[in-house]
Design a binder for this molecule. Structure first.
Ligand SMILES: Nc1ncnc2c1ncn2[C@@H]1O[C@H](COP(=O)(O)OP(=O)(O)OP(=O)(O)O)[C@@H](O)[C@H]1O
Length: 254
């Protein structure tokens, strides 16, 4: 059984045109599945549907075979801990009024007891926060700072630490490095890759940049105007049977 199974999902915003059109795919355990496509094609909408923030209009989303789509909040709560997110703008993702340690503890306080941690151990707040900061290669001295006292790269590492804190099965990474400079981008991508291997987490890695998706993923999907037009193993990127749109995206980074 696949970890996450998306079947024939359709989505439109009120009175607007269809944004997701018959989207189907599966995600396997421990893998990074990439999703590339140009701005506005519906990638973030798909991310929000998978994070159960946006309802879908038709189709299904299953986690370990259990349907999640359009369940009420009470019935969804047990599944929210399995699917976490790291989004484009870390400044917006962190509450400016909370110290880093309090942002880091938030998911554990919400879901920790049910999370059955294997890699991190919770003995007390201070030690747990230090373990999380260590995992993303930040000093524990940052725990008492506020977000505005951190660089963009450090903030994004904090949002990654927060996402992994309850060891979710899936992390949706929606353009996680696009607000960072080139050096920080490479460092954060390297960190994400190491953490996936260490923790066995599955990633959906979303980017407009096919070369970043290629670098991170074992399987790649290409989206165009709300439809997945191509899916292939990374090694098949340059194969003749690639969709013409994939070839167009490849030509942009060659
Ligand atoms: N909350 C919303 N209400 C109405 N329309 C929306 C909403 N969010 C997104 N859209 C529209 O849905 C379409 C897809 O947007 P989406 O953000 O999913 O694309 P994207 O591929 O993630 O783009 P980008 O890479 O620029 O973030 C766009 O036409 C956008 O204007």
């Amino acid at each position: 059984m696949s970890l996450l199974e998306v079947n024939h999902v359709h989505k439109r915003y009120d009175h607007g045109a269809a944004v997701l059109k018959d989207v189907s795919f599966t995600m396997e355990r421990g893998q990074c599945l990439g999703l590339a496509g140009e701005s506005g094609c519906g990638k973030s909408t798909l991310a929000r549907c998978l994070l159960l923030i946006e309802p879908i209009d038709a189709g299904s989303i299953r986690f370990e075979g259990i349907p999640l789509h359009n369940k009420n909040e009470r019935r969804l709560k047990p599944y929210r801990k399995h699917i976490q997110a790291v989004l484009q703008n870390p400044a917006a993702a962190l509450n400016p009024k909370l110290k880093i340690k309090d942002s880091l503890l938030d998911p554990y306080l919400q879901f920790g007891r049910e999370a059955e941690l294997k890699h991190f151990q919770y003995t007390n707040e201070k030690d747990f926060v230090a373990q999380l900061l260590g995992a993303v290669e930040l000093p524990s001295s940052l725990a008492d700072r506020y977000p505005h006292e951190l660089s963009g790269g450090q903030k994004q590492r904090v949002t990654i630490a927060r996402a992994i804190s309850i060891e979710p099965a899936v992390i949706i990474l929606d353009e996680p490095t696009s607000s960072l400079d080139v050096l920080s981008q490479a460092a954060v991508l390297g960190l994400l890759d190491r953490l996936r291997k260490q923790l066995g987490t599955s990633y959906l890695f979303i980017s407009h940049d096919l070369s970043a998706v290629y670098a991170m993923s074992q399987q790649v999907m290409v989206m165009r105007e709300g439809t997945i037009v191509d899916r292939f193993a990374k090694e098949q990127l340059f194969a003749e049977e690639r969709h013409p749109y994939t070839k167009e995206l490849i030509s942009m980074f060659e």
